[in-house]
Design a protein around this ligand. Structure first.
Ligand SMILES: *Cc1c(COP(=O)(O)O)cnc(C)c1O
Length: 399
């Protein structure tokens, strides 16, 4: 079938809840993907950082193939021989005490919200149904009704109300605003260490540390959504390490499977997670043996193959290269590790056409919020490939 036929069928039969670039991919390996005509592209999005380990990583694939022949799903009504090992390895790696496995990122966020609310009533002593959670402007935490209810993006919210109460929205990166929003009923502060979807927004130096202190002083659970920033993306296993802090709840997903399977998890200290009792929360597929086996190998290769260090080194190199493209259309280039945003001035007319032009040149990336392009290739990218990408990006931006 030709590309345009695939596109026509998708348009006709599918919900139009995405506006993808018109490239129909059929194969992937490492940092590269191929379309149905065999044209090769560099993937600079990595499925929104779900493919940090590179497409079809051979070791993760091997694990999947082996586990799929043995056992895929038991439900949590019974135990399986992968869950305990997944817990142990994940806790050791991330310095966590407890894990709750789910499937999608949004489910991990919902799980955290339920958990801190219960903690608020049971441990902190907040009056029934009065718990408040503080979140930030321009957040992205997923797509459920509760989550879009505390989004500030009109596209995400409009037409989907009524929404879940109990959330307070403050400016991102503003510790004073956080302090001012705290009440005796505040149970949690939920934020991203870097706002990825908002366009790679990096908060001021020391912000997370101050947030940590404010949460400590007021007995508030600090929840960091590291679904995009975690698992090596910013050059550390978790982005919180850049600030030398530890969240009480950390949410991971996306690259937890290296792109093979939807897996997410809430990582917790003992006190908060211990409020959940049998029957109070769950998921049919959460913690299934196939997911756990894949997750274990996905984590292992991140460390064993030096991907996190590579993200730090190659990220710095890529960022510097982009900064050297001095063009009056570029407002700012910013990033940490291999999570990089290139922002155009608003009068440039949007980043989409640059993404389309780059696609023609064999480089796939996606605009976020009209004027920003996010560059987030798999963490295994090499310097030569970055040079190749920079040449094309410079030509397109200048052209
Ligand atoms: C992708 C993402 C989510 C939602 O994950 P899904 O798997 O799409 O539900 C939540 N938070 C952040 C920061 C994300 O990047």
């Amino acid at each position: 079938m030709e590309q345009k036929q695939y596109i026509e069928i998708e348009q006709r039969l599918g919900a139009h809840n995405y506006k993808p670039l018109d490239v129909v991919l059929a194969r992937g390996e490492g940092v590269w993907v191929w379309d149905v005509d065999g044209k090769k592209y560099l993937d600079c999005l990595s499925a929104y950082s779900a493919v940090n380990q590179g497409h079809c990583h051979p070791k993760i694939m091997k694990t999947l193939m082996e586990q799929v022949r043995k056992l895929t799903l038991t439900s949590r009504a019974f135990r399986n021989d992968q869950l305990a090992l997944f817990y142990r390895e994940l806790c050791e790696m991330t310095n966590s005490h407890k894990v709750l496995p789910m499937n999608s990122g949004a489910e991990a966020v919902e799980t955290a919200i339920k958990t801190v609310r219960k903690w608020g009533y049971q441990v902190k002593g907040v009056p029934e149904d009065q718990a408040e959670i503080i979140v930030c402007e321009n957040n992205f935490h997923g797509r459920t009704i509760t989550i879009v209810g505390f989004s500030t993006d009109e596209n995400s919210r409009k037409g989907f109300g009524p929404f879940t109460p109990g959330f307070k929205i403050i400016a991102y990166g503003d510790a004073k605003a956080l302090e001012a929003a705290v009440t005796p009923n505040t149970v949690g502060f939920l934020t991203e260490p870097i706002q990825g979807e908002a366009g790679v927004i990096i908060p001021p130096e020391g912000y997370l540390k101050e947030a940590r202190n404010i949460c400590d002083r007021n007995n508030i659970v600090l929840i960091l959504d590291e679904i995009q920033t975690g698992l090596g993306r910013t050059g550390k296993l978790l982005a919180e390490e850049h600030d030398g802090i530890e969240a009480d709840l950390t949410l991971i997903g996306k690259a937890l499977s290296g792109g093979f399977y939807p897996i997410s998890a809430v990582l917790s200290n003992t006190e908060v997670m211990s409020v959940l009792q049998p029957g109070e929360h769950g998921s049919t597929f959460g913690g299934n043996p196939l997911a756990c086996a894949i997750g274990r190998t996905a984590l292992k290769v991140l460390v064993e193959e030096g991907m996190i260090e590579n993200a730090a080194q190659m990220g710095a190199y890529f960022l510097e290269g982009l900064k050297q493209i001095k063009d009056p259309k570029i407002k700012e280039v910013r990033g940490k590790g291999l999570l990089i945003g290139l922002e155009f001035y608003p009068d440039v007319g949007g980043a989409r056409r640059y993404c389309e032009a780059l696609m023609e040149q064999g480089l796939l990336c996606k605009e976020t919020h009209d004027n920003i392009i996010r560059f987030a290739p798999p963490l295994i990218i090499t310097q030569d490939t970055i040079d190749w990408a920079l040449e094309r990006i410079e030509a397109i931006v200048r052209g």
